[in-house]
Design a protein around this ligand. Sequence first.
Ligand code: NAD
Length: 252
Amino acid sequence: MTDFDGKTAIVTGASGGIGEAAAKRFAADGASVVVADLKVEEGEATVADIEDTDGEATFVETDVTDPADVGAMVDVAVDTYGGLDFAFNNAGIEGEREATADQPVDNFERVIGVNLKGVFLGMRAEIPVMLDDGGGAVVNTSSIAGRLGFPDISPYVASKWGVIGLTKTAALEYSGEGVRVNAVCPGVIDTPMVAQSREEDPESIDGAVAATPIGRIGEPEEIGDAAVWLCSEDASFVTGEAMTIDGGYTSQ
Ligand code: NAD
């Protein structure tokens, strides 16, 4: 356990899956957590779970593609908890599955909007507050799809490669001023996103699991815990890193 008493964290996409797991871990380690997501009921359930274990959290309905929403999300952290120490820019969507030439343009724009622009808008609003507070740590969610190509999800792949580029660039810009910036690159993780993919295209997920050397699908906590570690003092010399957590998938 890390001692995050008196610290504040924002987690986007925290109504379910990886974001929910990370929000709960931040809170268990003592941080006050801003739970940000489009899904209100599920986000409030994340907050209720945190409060049930004597943690501190606030839900903010946020569309990460909207600069005003993202600004308001950061304002809640500052106004409610007095600052911002950590941000996990994690909200994401997979989008429609089609080969590149068949991809609808609006799907490309939607996926890039949430997964890439959302991370950009998050860092743009979060980092100035961290700099004012004397430092902080940002973690952005990429994917093994930010390491490799995957058929039929070209917008998703492009967005996740882009997240690594944004992460490494911001790390160069701000690490000297006390803000570390890293990414996590999950493999196949048992979340609602994967459940939906399995419904749409069972073979793609089952094939990925079969190709995972560790022999199983990952749990959301295995990514959330890594994001929290990257924010901790134990990772004080880690910045600009895209940490792959994939059961060995990309090692083959
Ligand atoms: P999930 O669908 O369970 O959670 C994603 C959350 O993001 C949802 O609660 C959703 O409401 C929220 N969200 C979507 N669009 C949003 C928007 N515009 N504004 C605010 N919130 C929005 O999925 P997950 O698997 O937990 O995914 C979390 C992150 O991990 C995503 O970036 C995803 O691409 C990435 N990822 C997941 C896997 C996996 O196998 N599950 C693998 C690699 C990367």
